[in-house]
Design a binder for this molecule. Structure first.
Ligand SMILES: Nc1nc2c(ncn2[C@@H]2O[C@H](COP(=O)(O)OP(=O)(O)OP(=O)(O)O)[C@@H](O)[C@H]2O)c(=O)[nH]1
Ligand SMILES: [Mg+2]
Length: 684
């Protein structure tokens, strides 16, 4: 654009159920705009947005991609998020990068799980909420029914800016309610005679809906039952920008009907970056409102990383304020580190268009950043402001991950880090108790994709399996024990003897060591070795190979030998005395229990509650919110690891949960026996 003006930018995030047609819609927009000269097809694997080989193979989006068009002197940026719930993280993070969240619904799809999930992500957010009812050419396409379902289930109030002319095979255009014109790919004409009533209804509903967002407009509307254009349009734009009113459009990404009419609607009625008066940011821990401006300090947001095996990592960035130029050093408050903008681009899928700067309101890509990652703020070198981070869902699916061939063990780390950096909902950590690398996220497809990307991009093969449960061992009773370690085989012997009193402590106290030796029956220089013997043995576990906790050991007597005693001898004696004594103290296993909030449509409550009890879960409370039940429960990790697939299957995909660690609790006897037996087998 020659004359740069924030008012002439529109940033749109496409989100919605998988298969609703987001990628196809973006493709039609590029094609009709002549940004590409061939209409790519999902089935042919040649669309602009689904360029990653895994996406063409699966015929669906697996990561967010970006593109843009220039149209009527405006620049429109499109962000295309995957609809599969496993990859919801990309949409959640990208909502903060745009003024407009465009929910694409399938006109023939009913109220789909993915649609519901997308709408939930924007509920209550300060973002324009736009509904595009796509696939109007499909059999059973129904514009009104689709909007009604959205209204009923989410309480969002869609207002029709366009209504379709015909449907299914006969879908040929849309009527623009404001201009009162029929828009077909062939041109603009008058409203068809048989639609005048429907158009008048929609016009009244639109005026009423706009009036309800502003007291002054409401008074005027109630008086005249009419709002003049010069009041209706600004009122409409304001209500859309605040997310109070959700404009609805109809189109077919397949045939292209309604698509450019939608884009004109975007330009005419949807907010630009300049329409956002105030944005909330953090200064240290305090929230503060600022006005983003084109010539102010730089403020940007990284909303997606794409790891290209040959080009390196692309960081997609939205600038809110100032201008980021090639060579600019910037500060990342979340990392307390600096980085430097090198080459930068505007992207059309994987096609790079060079630029030397990304200005306020714009969206572009940076490469080869050293420290910046997704959800990081770009701020001036001496900057203090950080953007508010979106809240990501807690993991619902876990696997342990390791190299398929032991020889690759060294290579897996770097490849894994690069691949998982692309998806903000994936977490990875070494479980220090089970000594396993555990990867977690939203679901099986998401984690399987990690393996595929590692293999295809970095030639590293990894495998996953169900993680071990980090049980702990402890005792219920107290006992005394004694052990004498004595060896005399040629040369210097070994000698050390200890007497212990072993007893349980309060839950959570860990390990307590009490030295009650008097009269030097064990010289004080051997006491640390005794403690070390205990600590090491507790780390390794005694009955089932899990860490021992909440035990107090008092050493109260013993004996030594002037020549043969050594630290090693006392360490061994201590370890043996603990092992023997521990078994006399009614040892048990503890297991981690997590707190779950399970969110399901009310009609599934009975099934969900029944299922929780079969999983040794406990229901702690419930609350009805709208059409959903929020159920608080506690569940052992051993059951929670498999819970999500089960919950999805008996709620038709509509059940979800969040979770966090709660406490450790005694494992039932039958399960303890199995765990102990399994360990003994593996040790044999
Ligand atoms: N008939 C018809 N088919 C469509 C239309 N839009 C999309 N499709 C088809 O629907 C399928 C899914 O379309 P996509 O564009 O991949 O849907 P998406 O919303 O991007 O799906 P995800 O990437 O999985 O979230 C493809 O086979 C498209 O060709 C449409 O308007 N009409
Ligand atoms: Mg897609």
């Amino acid at each position: 654009m020659k004359d740069y003006d924030m008012k002439k930018i529109r940033n749109l995030l496409l989100l919605g159920a998988s298969g609703a047609g987001k990628t196809s819609l973006a493709e039609q927009i590029f094609f009709l705009n002549k940004a590409v000269n061939r209409l790519g097809k999902i089935d042919d694997g040649n669309t602009v947005m689904d360029f990653d080989p895994e996406e063409t193979a699966k015929k669906m989006s697996l990561g967010l991609s970006i593109g843009f068009i220039n149209h009527n002197d405006h620049k429109i940026n499109l962000l295309d998020a995957p609809g599969n719930p496993d990859f919801i993280g990309d949409a959640i993070v990208a909502v903060s990068a745009v003024e407009n969240a465009v929910v694409v619904a399938n006109a023939a799809g009913g109220f789909e799980v993915g649609l519901e999930l997308a709408l939930e992500q924007i509920e209550g957010k300060k973002v324009g909420k736009v509904i595009v009812v796509n696939r109007m050419d499909n059999e059973h396409a129904d514009y009104d029914k689709t909007l009604e379902a959205i209204h009923e289930n989410l309480g969002l109030n869609p207002v029709k800016l366009h209504i379709p002319i015909g449907k299914e095979g006969g879908f040929e255009g849309v009527v623009d309610i404001i201009s009162q014109k029929a828009i077909r790919p062939s041109g603009i004409s008058d409203v068809p005679a048989n639609m005048t009533d429907a158009v008048e209804d929609a016009r009244l509903h639109l005026m009423e809906a706009v009036a309800e967002t502003d007291e002054e407009l409401l008074n005027e509307f109630l008086e005249n039952m009419e709002l003049p254009m010069e009041k209706l349009i600004p009122g409409l734009k304001k209500a859309i920008a605040k997310g109070e009113l959700a404009p609805a459009f109809a189109c077919s990404a397949g045939t292209g009907v309604g698509v450019m009419a939608f884009i004109d609607g975007v330009i005419n009625y949807l907010p630009s970056p300049a329409d956002i008066d105030q944005m909330e940011v953090l200064e240290g821990d305090d929230k503060k409102m600022i006005k983003a401006s084109a010539d102010g300090d730089i403020l940007g947001y990284i909303f997606k990383l794409y790891a290209d095996p040959s080009m390196g990592d692309f960081a997609y960035v939205r600038m809110f304020s100032g201008s980021l130029k090639t060579g600019t050093e910037f500060y990342i408050p979340e990392k307390d580190a600096k980085d430097k903008a090198g080459n930068m681009y505007f992207m059309l899928g994987k096609t790079r268009i060079d630029t030397g700067e990304i200005r306020a309101g714009e969206i572009g890509a940076l490469v080869k950043l050293k420290n910046a990652k997704v959800m990081n703020t770009i701020s001036p070198v001496n900057g203090k402001l950080a953007l508010i981070q979106p809240e990501l869902p807690s993991p619902t699916y876990w696997q342990m991950i390791k190299a398929s061939n032991q020889s690759d063990e060294d290579k897996i780390g770097a490849a894994l880090q690069r691949v998982i950096a692309e998806d903000p909902t994936i977490r990875f950590e070494l479980n220090t108790e089970t000594h396993e690398n555990v990867i977690s996220g939203m679901g099986e497809q998401q984690l399987n994709l990690v393996l595929k990307k590692m293999k295809n991009r970095y030639k590293v093969e990894a495998m996953m399996k169900e993680p071990r449960i980090p049980y702990k061992e402890t005792i219920m009773g107290a006992a005394e024990s004694q052990y004498r370690h004595k060896k005399q085989s040629g040369g210097r012997g070994q000698y050390g003897e200890v007497y212990f009193r072993i007893k349980p402590t309060e839950r959570g106290e860990g390990f307590q060591f009490i030295n009650a030796i008097v009269g030097g029956v064990i010289p004080s220089n051997f006491i640390p070795a005794i403690e070390k013997g205990l600590v090491e043995t507790m780390e390794k576990g005694i009955i089932a190979g899990y860490q021992v906790v909440d035990v107090a050991v008092e050493v109260y007597y013993g004996s030594y030998h002037d020549v043969d005693s050594s630290e090693m001898a006392f360490k061994i004696a201590s370890s043996m005395a603990l092992k023997e004594g521990f078994k006399k103290c009614k040892p048990i296993l503890l297991e981690p229990i997590h707190e779950l909030t399970i969110i399901v449509p009310s009609e599934y409550m009975g099934d969900v509650m029944g299922d929780i009890s079969t999983r040794r879960g406990r229901i702690m409370g419930m609350e009805q919110r709208g059409k959903k039940q929020y159920l608080n429960a506690q569940m052992p990790v051993a059951e929670m690891y498999f819970y999500y697939p089960a919950l999805k299957s008996f709620t038709q995909g509509r059940g979800r949960f969040t979770q966090s660690f709660s406490h450790y609790e005694k494992v039932p006897e039958d399960i303890t026996q199995k765990v102990v037996a399994a360990w003994q087998d593996s040790e044999a």
